[in-house]
Ligand binder design. Structure first.
Ligand code: HPA
Length: 274
């Protein structure tokens, strides 16, 4: 078993050497959304490969570096590129950077992803504020011996996504005149997109969108007592009865074209904390 507590401290020390600031917000920028990091001012960038204990990020649309600086007047640390379970990283490694962001000082996690739209009312390019999730990855980053320095053994999951942040996100979208839903994110292992039968199943189980990330990071954020804002960009329509083909390139392009809306929400919510 790695000593996660010591590993977190080592990564924090390496970051503080280059950027001696306590961020208030940690951000994880999903597929096609890494461009949001360009809005961070006075940025210090640190490649994951220059930090200890971080795995390599291999997914397309994911740069693999931390961008540290100021967004809307608030100090933030953003992951441009995340780790996925389908890259064969153990689930606790996927969520490890959240522990680092929290130990640096962040009490808020903003997590974004690209996702397939299961709800028939959702269109490609729409944003969904995550209200809740279904963990169909069948892995949990807290499995194993519990180190009480990392958080409680049995974290409560009755409201993993902060309802106040979600309300704020919805009203920012309304004021800015774009469509924004609020719904349930289903986390699947991937890396395949789903079959028609699987899309039908996850819709019946209560999902509004489906993706291959986010759930492990949010579980760890909850264990650490962070307030979470989760945002999905709908990149493909998952209608089982008229399903078209989906490709990674298409998903990244659709996410990138909706990134402006996502940024409006993120800047609005983060700016409200200044
Ligand atoms: N399924 C799973 N993950 C995804 C999808 C999807 O349809 N679209 C973008 N990420």
């Amino acid at each position: 078993m790695p000593d996660t507590f010591a590993q977190v401290a080592a990564v924090v020390a390496a970051i503080e050497d280059r950027w001696p600031v306590a961020p208030r917000v940690g951000m994880i920028l999903g597929s096609g959304l890494g461009g949001l990091a360009d809005r961070i001012e006075d940025a210090t960038t640190i490649d994951y490969s220059d930090l200890p204990h971080l795995p390599e990020s291999t997914a397309i649309g994911h740069a693999g570096r931390l961008v540290c600086g100021t967004l809307a007047g608030v100090p933030v640390v953003a992951m441009q590129g995340r780790f996925h379970m389908y890259e064969a990283h153990p689930v606790d490694r996927v969520a490890f950077p959240v522990r680092v962001m929290s130990a640096l000082g962040a009490s808020v996690l903003v997590v974004s992803n690209a996702a397939g739209g299961l709800n028939p009312q959702y269109q490609v390019g729409d944003i969904m504020v995550i209200d809740d999730h279904l963990n169909l990855m069948f892995r949990n980053p807290l499995v194993g011996k519990n180190d009480p320095r990392l958080g409680p053994r049995w974290p409560d999951m009755c409201a993993p996504y902060d309802p106040e942040f979600a309300d704020q996100a919805m009203s920012i979208a309304r004021r800015s005149d774009f469509v924004c839903h609020r719904g349930v994110y289903v986390g699947m292992l991937g890396p395949t997109y789903e079959t028609r039968a699987e899309y039908r199943m996850v819709r019946r189980l209560g999902g509004d969108v489906v993706g291959m990330s986010t759930v492990p990071e949010v579980i760890v954020a909850v264990q650490l007592g962070m307030r979470v804002l989760g945002l999905s960009t709908v990149t493909n329509a998952c209608s089982p009865d008229q399903l078209g083909e989906t490709s990674g390139e298409e998903v990244v392009a659709a996410a990138a074209s909706a990134a402006g809306k996502l940024m409006t929400i993120v800047e609005g919510v983060v700016g409200g904390m200044a």
